[in-house]
Ligand binder design. Structure first.
Ligand code: AMP
Length: 396
């Protein structure tokens, strides 16, 4: 029997996405999602061909259920499974490409836990459980790094103005994240606009519970908003993005807040949640934008910051900017955030087409700006396709 199926595990900061992909044609036989917004009330939703299922589970039961009940007991699928691809958020400077997982790779992923506290631990849990539940695939697990696509960023962009020794000795620098998604939308935009990758200049906005923006010049990433960790840059679901580092000293020295708690505030209690004081779920905030001043504030600050980043990245393009691309749960679905952001970029020649912007939520893919405007697009992120491609290439 020809084994052609790949299991993909994609742990985000607010969700676990999983899928089984046929490596011959990239068809997703199973897609599944478990969102972590409500504590102790996790719902796993999955689709097999056209049937949809869901079940409530405790956090510690999620992976076991997915592996045993959804995959292993389905013999038609499990018999054809030949490898597992893992999205890994942080690989430091060590990885510009994907790799087959072994002990050395696991140690590297461990080493970077402190650089991606919300993610690398979850990735390791995913890897250990894959070894346990799929022992036959022990040497067929592949790590695909989010940081890899950003390794083309030049030194002038990735260095912090700190004592240089901190970079030389401890590798403290900007790394970026969401690279798999930025890479995917770069390839898709090249196809959509019919511009060769090597000539493509775009700004890609990955807006989900984690948010980042990347400047892609001649098909290569030259700058991105996330830093040493996925905390820097844009406002996110629960992360603060850029702040004055002195705020940390103020919280510690004058308000007596412990370092552990400060870390929690910046990573888990800030962003849309912190500003709205209620929710990091953009659907909820957007629905109440007009009748709740706190929700309005959260979205206005989010869009203001995003437009400032787009403005500064457009300067990096020198001669031309082909498009601004939106992706991720918010980028693909929030009519309001796209509209407010593009409206503040009129100066750069972007004009939103309100009808296209609304319609895109149904057709999911295409242009949202007027015909005489510079182009802005929505492209649904599909990190799984990149992970499956790299996994297939390495295992075969
Ligand atoms: P992601 O991390 O890419 O899965 O994206 C999660 C974010 O996308 C959450 O903030 C969701 O509230 C947001 N999102 C998903 N669907 C919608 C929608 N229809 N409208 C606005 N935001 C959405």
């Amino acid at each position: 029997m020809i084994k052609k199926l790949i299991l993909i595990l994609n742990f985000g900061s607010s969700s676990l996405k999983f899928s089984i992909i046929n490596s011959n044609n990239n068809y997703k036989i199973i897609t599944g999602l478990c969102e972590y917004f409500k504590k102790n009330n996790y719902i796993i939703k999955w689709k097999i061909n056209n049937s949809i299922y869901k079940i409530k589970k405790k956090k510690e039961e999620i992976l076991k259920f997915i592996f045993i009940e959804i995959i292993l007991k389905n013999k038609i699928i499990s018999d054809k499974l030949y490898s597992i691809g893992h999205r890994i958020v942080h690989g430091g400077e060590l990885f510009s490409n994907s790799v087959i997982i072994n002990n050395k790779i696991i140690n590297s992923i461990k080493k970077f836990i402190s650089f991606a506290p919300l993610h690398n631990i979850e990735h390791l849990i995913g890897i250990y459980n894959s070894f346990k539940f799929f022992p036959d695939l022990f040497k067929k697990n592949v790590a695909v790094f989010d940081t890899a696509f950003h390794q083309s960023i030049p030194k002038k962009s990735f260095l912090y103005a700190l004592p240089y020794n901190l970079y030389k000795k401890y590798k403290i620098r900007r790394y970026g994240a969401h690279g798999i998604s930025h890479k995917f939308v770069t390839f898709e935009t090249s196809k959509f606009l019919n511009i060769k990758i090597k000539n493509l200049n775009i700004i890609t906005c990955h807006l989900g519970n984690g948010c980042s923006i990347a400047a892609i010049k001649n098909g290569k990433c030259i700058d991105t908003s996330m830093g040493l960790t996925p905390l820097e840059g844009l406002i996110m679901g629960t992360r603060c993005g850029d702040i004055d580092p002195s705020i940390i000293f103020y919280l510690y020295n004058y308000l007596g807040i412990k370092i552990k708690k400060i870390n929690e505030i910046l990573n888990k209690e800030s962003g849309l949640l912190g500003l709205s004081e209620i929710s990091n779920d953009c659907r909820n905030i957007e629905k109440n934008y007009k009748n709740n001043s706190q929700f309005k504030l959260a979205i206005d600050v989010f869009c203001y910051k995003l437009s400032k980043y787009i403005g500064s990245y457009s300067i990096l393009m020198y001669d031309h900017l082909d498009a601004i691309v939106f992706t991720g749960g918010i980028g693909e679905n929030s009519v309001l955030i796209r509209k407010l952001t593009i409206n503040s970029l009129n100066f750069l020649g972007f004009k939103i087409d309100n009808k296209l912007n609304e319609k895109i939520n149904y057709i999911k893919y295409g242009i949202i700006t007027k015909s005489k405007s510079r182009i802005s697009l929505v492209i649904p992120s599909n990190e799984e396709i990149i992970i499956a491609k790299d996994t297939n290439n390495l295992i075969n």
